[in-house]
Design a protein around this ligand. Structure first.
Ligand code: BES
Ligand code: MN
Ligand code: ZN
Length: 495
């Protein structure tokens, strides 16, 4: 989709539909009041007839405007005439674009950028318009014979006041970068496990680095992992016919020698549970167990597009978790790269087994911070549902920075405690650590397990089990937490 910023009055732009906002008190948004009398008259009539109440996200399409060059106007409700909450602004945007998924609407002009939103500015508004619109028109058609998409939108013009042009442009650049990162993540995550294997993920990483200067990649094969002593990671892939890969992407946007942010993403391309086999219902959704890895690639893509002056390393341990004659068995004891031995009491707690060796590997980059993201525990869904991602970590400043970034990006996180009392639950009679902590506090004990391998750096863990994809009728990847991580990186370079 093609986005641009325009300072000319809305109605002078040729397009299939103009979007303007209306409050409950019948007032139009600033760019709406500049419309010609004729158009304002039609709108006033529609409103006075009660065709729209102006409630947040209510839409009405006026599809003929007599005696005017304007084809159509979409009125979208903005609620009470006062600054909108960021969430309501996003709701209104999403209602607007969803109601314009019609075969005859290919181009739109959006007059919603200069609306007052609590604590936000024009730059943020423009960025959200791009992110929300792009998210709404995404459709996974790669594997359908009929590639027709519901939305025919091709061209979006966002109007901005002359005085705000520079910040609108910056919002556009950021919005496009983040939307591209999110789109990349979703398209990769929505692929099925028979196509998106560890080898496929590695190929995508290679492709990504070929297409973007500043990005380089190294793929570690199982033989390399054996040499490094990654006995924990390799124990998971042993149960699968697909060879494991450890993908290492490097983005050098910062000074030589400046310490990188290391992002570690779980890239489990299908999680059957292994010998501790999962129940059948809903098991297809375990193709999404690589969403952390996909989001690491998506975030790097966004960083490259924004040319952030910072060094970032993306590490993606990728494997399947399958039941097989050679698979991990409950009770097996494996030796991790750190030297710690692990009793595998449940082979379905495999994410931490591949992440722990990757965290140890991350030490060699002398990271400033390490953030891992993983669809790690079903318990996170029980605790937090599908609203925020779970956040745990060993550094308050890092956690607070991620919380703030989550608020700013509308991609929220909620912190859970990582107190030492919980470590008790991971004791093993036979090894240094058990890989599960029993039925209590599953998200916390998973993070406790990882914390043993994150002692030498500032570290945060995002459990994205509830946020990386939607289930049910609208099943599909969300691209989270790419907006959150992109915001965190933006904040780092601007403070
Ligand atoms: N990938 C799953 C976690 C998961 C489950 C994410 C459901 C989203 C929805 C992970 O590998 C797993 O199986 N975790 C186990 C851990 C348990 C055995 C301690 C779980 O959550 O059941
Ligand atoms: Mn599992
Ligand atoms: Zn898993």
């Amino acid at each position: 989709m093609d986005y641009s910023i325009e300072t000319a009055p809305l109605e002078t732009l040729s397009c299939d539909c103009i979007i303007i906002g209306v409050y409950q008190d019948r007032q139009l948004v600033p760019s709406g009041t500049a419309l010609s009398d004729n158009i304002q008259h039609v709108i006033a009539k529609v409103i006075s007839r009660g065709d729209t109440s102006g409630k947040v996200a209510e839409t009405v399409l006026i599809n003929v405007i007599p005696d005017s060059g304007v084809e159509r106007v979409l009125l979208v409700g903005l609620g009470e005439n006062k600054p909108l909450s960021p969430k309501d602004f996003r709701k209104a945007l999403s209602a607007a674009v969803n109601s314009l998924k019609k075969p005859y609407i290919k181009s739109i002009a959006c007059g919603l950028a200069d609306i007052a939103v609590e604590g936000c500015n024009l730059q943020w508004n423009v960025r959200q318009i791009v992110e929300v619109f792009n998210d709404a028109v995404y459709q996974f058609t790669a594997l359908k014979s009929d590639k027709e998409t519901e939305s025919k939108l091709q061209k979006i013009t966002i109007t901005s006041p002359e005085s705000g042009l520079a910040s609108a442009q910056l919002g556009l650049t950021q919005g496009l970068a983040i939307a591209e990162g999110v789109g990349f993540t979703k398209a990769l995550a929505d692929l099925p496990g028979n196509i998106c294997t560890p080898t496929y993920l590695a190929e995508q990483a290679i492709e990504l680095s070929k297409n973007h200067s500043g990005l380089s990649v190294k793929i570690l094969e199982e033989s390399d992992m054996t040499a490094l002593g990654m006995g924990s990671f390799l124990s998971v892939s042993r149960g699968s016919r697909q060879p494991a890969k450890l993908i290492a992407l490097e983005y050098q946007g910062g000074k030589n020698g400046s310490k990188p942010v290391v992002l570690v993403g779980k890239g489990l391309t299908f999680d059957a549970g292994g010998i501790s086999l999962k129940p059948g219902a809903g098991m297809d959704e375990m193709k999404y167990d690589m969403c952390g890895g996909a989001a690491v690639m998506g975030t790097l893509l966004a960083a490259v597009k924004m040319q952030l002056p910072i060094n970032i390393v993306g590490l993606i341990p990728s494997s399947e978790n399958m039941p097989d004659g050679d698979a991990n068995k409950p009770g097996d004891i494996v030796t991790s790269m750190s030297g710690k031995t692990i009793e595998v009491l449940n082979t379905d707690a495999e994410g931490r087994l591949i992440l722990c060796d990757t965290l140890t590997y991350a030490e060699r980059y002398k990271p400033d911070v390490v953030i891992d993201l993983a669809t790690l525990t079903g318990a996170c869904l029980v605790a937090l549902g599908r609203v925020p991602s779970g956040l745990l970590g060993n550094d308050d400043d890092l956690c607070n920075a991620l919380i703030a970034a989550g608020v700013a990006a509308c991609d929220s996180v909620w912190r859970l405690p990582l107190w030492e009392e919980y470590q008790e639950l991971l004791k093993s009679n036979f090894a240094d650590l058990a890989n599960i902590g029993g039925k209590d506090a599953g998200t916390i004990t998973a993070a406790c397990f990882l914390s043993h391998f994150a002692k030498n750096f500032r570290w945060a863990h995002l459990d994205i089990a509830g946020t990386a994809w939607r289930t049910g009728q609208f099943k599909g990847a969300t691209g989270r937490p790419v907006p959150l991580l992109s915001q965190y990186l933006i904040d780092r370079v601007s403070s």
